[in-house]
Structure formats: structure tokens, C-alpha cells
Ligand binder design. Structure first.
Ligand code: HEM
Length: 348
């Protein structure tokens, strides 16, 4: 993929130069356009798309660009702590859970790492081919976040418009995501942006927007992708998620816990009695996934305009090499990664 290879070269060359530019984004320039220019010299469809590839790939697998500005990103495929609670969302992506909504009344298991997994992502590609689950998910994420971040070339040649499902509530319906999983996901987006030198105020704005749009239960229909109009967008649908202002819970289907992909019908019946009451977690003691009652871990959200994000403990120690991420999808290094993420907290 020549475009992406070109991106890698220019990205690495210009990354070191952004330090002086990051604090001055004009209000009328989008985050996407501003940081594309800072990193690539100018903002066009190719460069904007390249920024989104680098950002989303980093969210998924952790740091792979070298160097970065010293912010360590574990990535969503690696378990870690969020507000002191362990989050492990890999099983939603590798087919271990029957949690994808493919139109039926229950979730189905799909492996979204079916086309090279981390390896092509580390080459700034979505996948090795264009026909896989992995390719579809990754390209949809580039498009979706490109729209969210205001890329001016979004929808033009070189930056295709989002072509995935319109309702985020529907996409994530069978995942029963709770504030810890959602918070961990958003934290990875924030860390990935920070790792490219995005200014704290812009990182905080992105985190606040994601939390506001997707982090509340029963949110009324909202337009995220302009061409798709107002849709149900709550991704955090577990009953431990904070309730949205003007909540419209009746518009949302009942939540069912995400099931192990190999669960039997009997298991389904016994777990289905407590709607939203079960959650799958990673247990450090046994080194296994456990299905257990949802935690009542507290999660406070303050929507004040003076939003800040604290990521001090995550910004400390040098860059991460590609080699240190080679074990994506495995669980070694959990302790170190947990330490890295433990201090990440949103105050939105
Ligand atoms: C800010 C929060 C989030 C946003 C904006 C978001 C956005 C998206 C988008 C745009 C897609 C592609 C949909 C499509 O291809 O039609 C997607 C799919 C997916 N997301 Fe999320 N997501 C979020 C949080 C999460 C979390 C916390 C998980 C954790 C498990 C997750 C797991 C998935 C999975 C497994 C898919 C593939 C589903 C499928 O194609 O069946 N997402 N997400």
C-alpha cells in the first residue's frame, strides 16, 4: 500500500517537530486538520487519512510509531486498569465472546483479528487483505473517527465517508459494556492522541466528546455522522453506566450480557435471568476470564466546561518499541501495563 508507506516516512520525519506547534490550534481549525498539518506538513485527504490510520492503529495495538513523544499506550487489546478496575476487552475482538450484532436476537462471535492481527497494523495498514472482518472494522473506525475529528477531506477521494452501521447502540448492543470498558477504550484514544503530541486541551476535548456522545445509558437519538442522521448512540449500555440527560430507555432494546462464544443453551438460560447483572472480567488470580456479577465500581462524571484530563502517570517513561508490543493479544506484562494505565482518570 504505497500511500501508507509514504505516510510512515513523513510521519516519522515530522513527529519531532511538533512540540512548538501543539499549543496554538485556532478555534476554526479542526483537530484533524491541525495535527495533520503539524505532522505531515499540509492537510489533504492522503495525509488526513494517514493520521487516522496511525491514531486508530495505536488505539488498538498500542505504540508502534517510533519515536513518539514519550506517552505509553497499551492499546485496547491489552488488559489494563481504569479507575483501579481491570478492563479486558480483547475477548470482544478475537471471537471469544458472542457479542457482535448481526441482526439476530442474540450476539454472534466474530474474530476481528482475522487478517494478520497486529502485524499489518504495525505497518500502518488495516489488514493484509480487503475482504476480512479486520479490514472492515479498521477502515470503518478510520472513517468514523475521521468524521468525529473534523477532517476536512472526509468524504472526498482518498478519505472515504463512513460506511458502517449508523447506530452505535445497535453495533454494541450485545456487548453490555460498562463504564470501565468504555472508560478504558476512551483512555486509549486519549493516550494515542497524546502520544502524537496532541495538546492536553485537545486530548481532553476528544475524551469529553466521546464520553458525552457514547458514555451515557439510554441517550436520545443523536447525530454523529451527518449523512446518517439522528441515531441511538449509547455504547455504554450496562445498567452501571450513568444515565443520559433526557434518557429514552424505552427506545433501547433490553441488554443481555455478552456470552462466551462456546456457551451452551443451558448457560444462556441461567445467565439471562439478571439483565445487565453479569459481566465478563479478567481475573488475575486464576489468569482467566470470569463471568460474575457486575461490579458496582463508582464512576463519576462532571460535565463542567472547565474539563481536564489527568494523564500524568501515563506520560512518564520514554518510547515503546515495536518489539515490546509484539505480544499483542497475549497477557504477558500485565503488571507493568496496569501500572502504566492505573493513574489515567477522566474528569470530564
Ligand atoms: C467511544 C466509544 C466507542 C466508539 C465511538 C466505537 C465505535 C465503533 C465503530 C464506528 C464501529 C464500527 C461499526 C461498523 O463497522 O458498522 C465499532 C465496532 C466495534 N466496536 Fe466499538 N466503539 C466504542 C467503544 C467500544 C468498546 C468499549 C468496545 C469494547 C468491547 C467496542 C467493541 C467493538 C467491536 C467488537 C466492534 C465490531 C462490531 C461488529 O462489527 O459487529 N467498542 N465501534
Amino acid at each position: 500500500m504505497p500511500v501508507l508507506n509514504t505516510m510512515r516516512t513523513s510521519f516519522f520525519l515530522t513527529l519531532a517537530a511538533i512540540g512548538s506547534a501543539i499549543a496554538q490550534r485556532p478555534a476554526n481549525t479542526s483537530i484533524c486538520d491541525y495535527y495533520t498539518t503539524a505532522l505531515f506538513g499540509n492537510s489533504n485527504a492522503t495525509n488526513e487519512y494517514s493520521l487516522l490510520v496511525a491514531l486508530v492503529n495505536t488505539v488498538v495495538i498500542g505504540n508502534y510509531t517510533k519515536p513518539n513523544v514519550g506517552v505509553r499506550v497499551p492499546g485496547i487489546l491489552t488488559p489494563g486498569l481504569y479507575n483501579g478496575v481491570l478492563s479486558d476487552i480483547l475477548p470482544f475482538f478475537n471471537g471469544a465472546l458472542a457479542s457482535s450484532n448481526r441482526g439476530g436476537s442474540s450476539g454472534v462471535a466474530i474474530n476481528f483479528l482475522d487478517d494478520g492481527g497486529a502485524a499489518p497494523l504495525m505497518k500502518s495498514m488495516p489488514a493484509y487483505t480487503t475482504t476480512s472482518n479486520q479490514y472492515k472494522l479498521m477502515t470503518h473506525l478510520y472513517q468514523f473517527f475521521g468524521s468525529l475529528l473534523g477532517c476536512s477531506a472526509y468524504g472526498s477521494t482518498g478519505f472515504p465517508a463512513y460506511s458502517g452501521s449508523a447506530s452505535m447502540a445497535s453495533v454494541h448492543r450485545f456487548m453490555d459494556l460498562d463504564p470501565t470498558d468504555l472508560g478504558y477504550f476512551i483512555a486509549q484514544v486519549a493516550l494515542a492522541a497524546a502520544s502524537f503530541g496532541v495538546a492536553d486541551t485537545d486530548v481532553a476535548a476528544v475524551g469529553a466528546a466521546l464520553q458525552s456522545l457514547f458514555g451515557y445509558r439510554c441517550a436520545p437519538p443523536t447525530t454523529v455522522i451527518a449523512a446518517q442522521g439522528a441515531q441511538l448512540q449509547s455504547v455504554c449500555e450496562d445498567d452501571t453506566c450513568p444515565l443520559a440527560p433526557n434518557a429514552t430507555c424505552a427506545a433501547y432494546p433490553a441488554i443481555t450480557p455478552a456470552m462466551d462464544a462456546n456457551a451452551t443453551g443451558a448457560a444462556t438460560a441461567s445467565m439471562g435471568t439478571g439483565v445487565g447483572a453479569m459481566t465478563v472480567t479478567w481475573n488475575e488470580t486464576c489468569g482467566c476470564h470470569m463471568t460474575q456479577p457486575a461490579s458496582n465500581a463508582s464512576f463519576s462524571v462532571n460535565m463542567s466546561p472547565t474539563s481536564t484530563m489527568s494523564s500524568a502517570s501515563a506520560t512518564a517513561t520514554g518510547s515503546m518499541t515495536q518489539a515490546s508490543n509484539a505480544g499483542v493479544g497475549m497477557r504477558e506484562g500485565l503488571g507493568a501495563l496496569a501500572l502504566a494505565i492505573a493513574g489515567v482518570a477522566f474528569v470530564l
